[in-house]
Design a protein around this ligand. Structure first.
Ligand code: ZN
Ligand code: ZN
Ligand code: ZN
Length: 153
């Protein structure tokens, strides 16, 4: 992703506004996620940090940092894969809709999209009709991205 320095500045400003601290470690983790177009696990992030900064970071700290970034809505967690992705709207000023994710099953690229609330409400209705409670309406859809489709043709 280009221009991620600008996104980092936005993230920093947002934390300041919320009265939280965007520490160097938090910044490192968010940068790694911004540079990646795939979702990354805490272990993959720890490895990347070690490679880039020649300093290892305990996995528990990575999890705590990810939790913080998630609370600040700077990253999203993909529940099925137990991996994290930087929010695609950090530098946007519009309000954040409920995020949904397209995951390429070939190259693992992830794209954040938003589905309109009416569609989600319909899904919720169906779920309740089946006598289940919708706990988390986040959709993670298995897809094939354009790049991979073109490669296969
Ligand atoms: Zn987002
Ligand atoms: Zn946006
Ligand atoms: Zn792909």
């Amino acid at each position: 992703m280009q221009n991620y320095q600008k996104i980092l500045n936005h993230a920093e400003a947002q934390c300041k506004e919320n009265g939280t601290r965007f520490t160097p470690k938090r910044k490192q983790i968010l940068s790694e996620l911004l540079k990646s177009n795939k979702a990354l696990s805490a272990y993959e992030l720890a490895d990347l940090i070690k490679e880039e900064f020649r300093k290892s970071i305990p996995i528990m700290s990575v999890y705590r940092i990810l939790e913080f970034l998630e609370e600040e809505k700077l990253v999203h967690k993909l529940n099925l894969a137990n991996k994290y992705i930087a929010c695609a709207h950090i530098a946007c000023s519009h309000s954040h809709a409920l995020p949904q994710f397209l995951v390429c099953r070939t190259c693992s690229k992830v794209r954040e999209i938003s589905i309109d609330k009416r569609t989600i409400d319909k899904i919720q209705e169906k779920v309740e009709g089946a006598e289940f409670q919708l706990v988390n309406p986040q959709l993670e859809m298995h897809c094939v991205c354009k790049g991979c489709t073109e490669k296969n043709n």
